[in-house]
Design a protein around this ligand. Structure first.
Ligand SMILES: [Zn+2]
Length: 452
């Protein structure tokens, strides 16, 4: 036996059980549970039955020696039931019926466990679950009765009724049906309502991480409905995922979590952007990554999934991950053609430069106004045609790049217009690089995309 607080000189199950059974009717399970931490690989009913058997033997001897009378023996028989009722019937030729268990009202039994295990298994199968966790919702009055009995004797050896139900039902599901309990992230959590014996089920979402590419413009992340109730953009990543994956997972819906997001009119090319795809309430869980990637390998939007994910990856993508370095390719034009020296000046002045940026005017309606400081690491400029130029910009995530060009009425500084001393205007923007650390194996995606 483990547990340092269980001092063996204090534990005499028979004496304690005798005290309890004199006052409370208890079934084998509820009696045995008071001594659950004694002995391994035993059911509480086995413990309870063994103690009652020993007690019957003890009472028999005492009765024979005249130490207890009929009334006393009757008390134990009524509270403990078999085998003391058998002993009593043999001695006094009177059948007596035992009282119902004070804690469970005779609800707990092997049949009870089996019945629930089967019901739960059918439910787990319906949701294609391989792992599960069982919970029990117990009415307060049962907990109180249980505590009352246990506290009467200051027993440190007992376990709760909840625990017994969870463990025994879980054991049957594992042994009989081969499904595994998982205490950290089970596919499905089933709660047994003790009072009415119904089941509540919580289906954990499936999470996958990977990257996405958006090779067209005017594609939003989520379906964007305007105030007048009209769809603002023809297509979204959300629709792409739901259109392609809902059917295969037989799921309620698919949502996604990305590490930052590009403007609706910007494309996401190059490395792609890290993403976690969350499949809500799937009825099919065993789908291979190969199968998924084949489905998601499309032209306009493409998603490549590299593995099962977790909530900590979502947290990372939304937090630290979103601050990682980004690389943009931006087309812009200027009021007048730029001479070579001024281009070099622009590049030099923005090298490793902190940019002060207030929330852009265009999004002030949705986001609160504050000053952010972001670093531009490098800007490379190439003339395309006439007054049109291409800039490659490497900077901290979270910098609004269009504003870096046109200055947003001085709300972003320094910026292209300010350094060039003339108007500079962004035409098109592409994100071509999003830095990720070990969380997502991007290399695997590149291999995949290049192969096919
Ligand atoms: Zn009971």
């Amino acid at each position: 036996m483990t547990g340092s607080n269980l001092q063996d000189n204090k534990i005499d199950p028979l004496t304690k059980a005798r005290e309890i059974l004199r006052n409370y009717p208890l079934c084998d399970h509820c009696l045995g549970r008071l001594f659950a931490k004694m002995g391994l690989e035993l059911g509480n009913d086995e413990r309870g039955k063994a103690i009652k058997t020993l007690l019957a033997m003890q009472l028999h001897v005492e009765h024979r020696n005249g130490k207890i009378d009929r009334e006393e023996l009757r008390k134990y028989a009524i509270n403990a039931g078999d085998p003391i009722t058998r002993l009593y019937a043999k001695i006094y030729d009177e059948e007596i019926k035992a009282n119902k268990c004070y804690v469970c009202g005779n609800k707990i039994s092997r049949e009870y466990f089996n019945k629930h295990a089967e019901k739960i298994y059918r439910m787990l199968k319906e949701y294609d679950a391989s792992t599960f966790l069982i919970g029990v919702s117990l009415p307060q009055e049962v907990s109180l009765r249980e505590l009352e009995v246990a506290s009467n004797l200051n027993l440190e050896t007992s376990e709760s009724i909840k625990n017994e139900i969870k463990r025994e039902v879980g054991k049957i599901i594992k042994k009989k049906y081969g499904l595994e309990p998982d205490f950290t992230y089970p596919d499905v959590v089933v709660i047994i309502n003790y009072s009415d014996e119904t089941l509540n089920v919580i289906i954990n979402p499936l999470l996958f991480h990977g990257v996405y590419w958006k090779r067209g413009r005017n594609i939003s992340h989520t379906i964007w409905i305007s105030r007048s109730g009209v769809k603002e953009y023809p297509y979204s990543i959300e629709e792409f995922l739901n259109d392609n994956l809902n059917k295969i997972f037989d799921s309620e819906k698919i949502i996604h979590h990305a590490s930052g997001r590009e403007d609706v009119d910007a494309r996401m090319l190059g490395t792609g952007r890290p993403i976690v795809v969350e499949v809500k309430k799937p009825k099919r869980r065993k789908v291979s990554l190969e199968e998924l990637n084949k489905i998601l390998h499309k032209q306009l939007i493409e998603v490549c999934l590299t593995g099962k994910s977790s909530h900590s990856v979502i947290e990372y993508l939304k937090g630290e991950g979103s601050k990682k370095t980004k690389i943009y390719k931006l087309l812009f034009y200027t009021e007048k053609p730029l001479e070579e020296p001024i281009i070099r000046k622009l590049e030099l002045e923005l090298k490793n430069r902190i940019i002060n940026q207030r929330t852009p005017t265009r999004i002030l309606r949705r986001k609160k106004d504050y000053l952010r400081k972001k670093r531009v690491y490098e800007v490379k400029i190439k003339k395309i045609h006439g007054q049109v130029y291409e800039a490659l910009i490497k900077c901290d995530g979270g910098l609004y790049v269009k504003e870096l060009v046109h200055c947003d009425n001085g709300r972003t500084s320094p910026c292209f217009s300010e350094i060039l001393k003339m108007g500079a205007y962004p035409i098109e923007l592409d994100v071509i690089g999003v830095e990720v650390d070990g969380y997502i194996n991007v290399e695997k995606c590149y291999e995949y995309v290049h192969q096919s």
